[in-house]
Design a binder for this molecule. Structure first.
Ligand code: ATP
Ligand code: MG
Length: 432
């Protein structure tokens, strides 16, 4: 029992979102849900825990995520290996296949929630972070690829984000990647001694991943590597042209980045990222692409699909940068009371105000009038309602305006009229 009184802290890289910050999260999430609904997306909620083999098979053995970032453990009850989801797509596809969701028609679905990766924590990189994940299952594109990209452009507009740019690439088909792979291995063999540990290991297992390096010393090598784009056949090129054409039609600017390969194995054809310079080293806000092979790989009837994931911490960081954030009021009305009778009456009055749709905090704790007023002020409420012996004897409340210069700052109001008076006052614009 020695450590009974020891202070505990959260796991490194896993953050609490405190009441002062959660209002921003809620606001962003509400905007995002409206935005998703406006494109016909419905939520698909999957469990946080999945069988480890879902991710090793779905994401690919030789990827950052599967090689070193997963929180996996053995279920002590039955010895099964389980993993905290490091991303949404594999689970969303698993659910789609398991429940035959796209048997009759394609589906537009989304999920918002925490994902887990064992990475080195730093700004924009955490071990529990949140994603807005969007998947269009059963659509072959390129129209839907562009719908997703335009959808994102709209979200940035809604949030007033300007310094965010689009990069696109095509990863072609499996055959085309195979041909490119041979050329790439030959090229990379010339740099054997310069490759870092990851690079050496992946040279023969997943050479495309070597180009995904964040090691600045390897950039020149990566820049000179054979480009997958040069290995694309007519079908893949036509798909890519279809994407570019539609982006041009919509007036969305983009840069073709032949080195954009994305960190997961399941992608083919269209891949894209939205990047900003305003978040330091962790500048990718959103990444996505087409994954036509994944549904079959996870046991479903072959069907095409495309999706993306936004990192919510990075998006929120970008959104709140430079903006002065008004603290969100905790309530409309703070109810103050004096004495036993006052306390009982106050509880009933608070409920009546809530019945009328108002947000109400009923004071609890110190009985001192001064400290109650202080709390009322700190809550950000527009009004304090005060119930003391005098008020109760007269069947009235004192109504005090806390935020506005009212003609009369505090006045008595019959309890029967209190709701109407408050609602009438709240609906008037603040004279400030
Ligand atoms: P990065 O290259 O930054 O590691 P990634 O390619 O691993 O990103 P994805 O798997 O595409 O990332 O995840 C989609 C989005 O989730 C990223 O664009 C990013 O905004 C966010 N993200 C990824 N890893 C983290 C993390 N550890 N902490 C916070 N956000 C993250
Ligand atoms: Mg990563």
């Amino acid at each position: 029992m020695a450590d009974t009184f020891q202070k505990l802290s959260a796991i490194r890289g896993m953050n609490d979102i405190l009441p002062g910050d959660s209002a921003q999260w809620d606001k962003l999430e509400a905007l995002v849900r409206d935005w998703l609904r406006s494109y016909g997306y419905r939520s698909l909620r999957t469990p946080v825990l999945e069988h480890t083999r879902l991710f090793t098979r779905g994401i690919g053995e030789v990827t950052d995520i599967v090689e070193k970032e997963m929180y996996s453990f053995t279920d002590s009850l039955n010895g099964e290996s389980l993993t905290m989801r490091p991303e949404f797509t594999a689970g969303m596809v698993r659910a789609t296949v398991e429940h035959n969701l796209i048997y009759e028609r394609p589906q537009r679905v989304f999920a918002i929630g925490p994902v887990f990766r064992h990475e080195r924590p730093q700004r924009g990189r955490y071990r529990q972070f949140h994603q807005i994940d969007v998947e269009a299952l059963g659509f072959a594109g390129p129209d839907i690829d562009v719908e997703l990209i335009l959808m994102l452009a709209r979200l940035w507009r809604t949030l007033g984000l300007t310094d965010i740019r689009l990069e696109i690439n095509s990863l072609g088909s499996a055959d085309e990647r195979l041909a490119h792979r041979q050329a790439l291995i030959t090229y990379l063999e010339g740099f054997q001694d310069q490759l870092d540990e990851d690079g050496k290991r992946r040279l023969y297992t997943n050479p495309l991943r070597v180009l995904d390096t964040k090691n600045p010393a390897l950039q020149t090598m990566a820049d000179g590597a054979p480009r997958l784009l040069d290995f694309l056949g007519p079908e893949s090129l036509a798909h890519f042209d279809g994407v570019k054409q539609r982006l041009d039609d919509a007036g969305v600017a983009y840069r073709i980045n032949p080195r954009l390969v994305r960190g997961l194995d399941y992608y083919n054809l269209t891949v894209f990222e939205w990047v900003t310079d305003r978040l330091g080293a962790q500048g990718t806000v959103c990444g996505g692409g087409r994954y036509d092979g994944l549904i079959q790989l996870l046991g479903g009837k072959p069907a095409p699909a495309v999706g993306f994931a936004i990192g919510m911490e990075r998006l929120l960081d970008l959104w709140t940068q430079g903006a002065t954030i008004e603290p969100t009021p905790e309530c409309d009305v703070y109810v103050i009371h004096q004495g036993e009778a006052g306390a009982r009456r106050a509880a009933a009055v608070a409920e009546t105000l809530r019945d009328a749709g108002l947000d109400v905090i009923l004071h609890a704790g110190s009985p001192s009038f001064k400290s109650q007023m202080k709390r009322a002020d700190a809550s950000g409420a527009e009004f304090a309602v005060i119930l003391g012996d005098d008020e109760i004897a007269a069947d009235e409340a004192s109504l005090k305006a806390l935020r506005r210069e009212a003609a009369v700052n505090q006045r008595r109001v019959p309890l029967a009229a209190l709701v109407d008076v408050i609602i009438a006052e709240l609906s008037q614009t603040d004279p400030d």
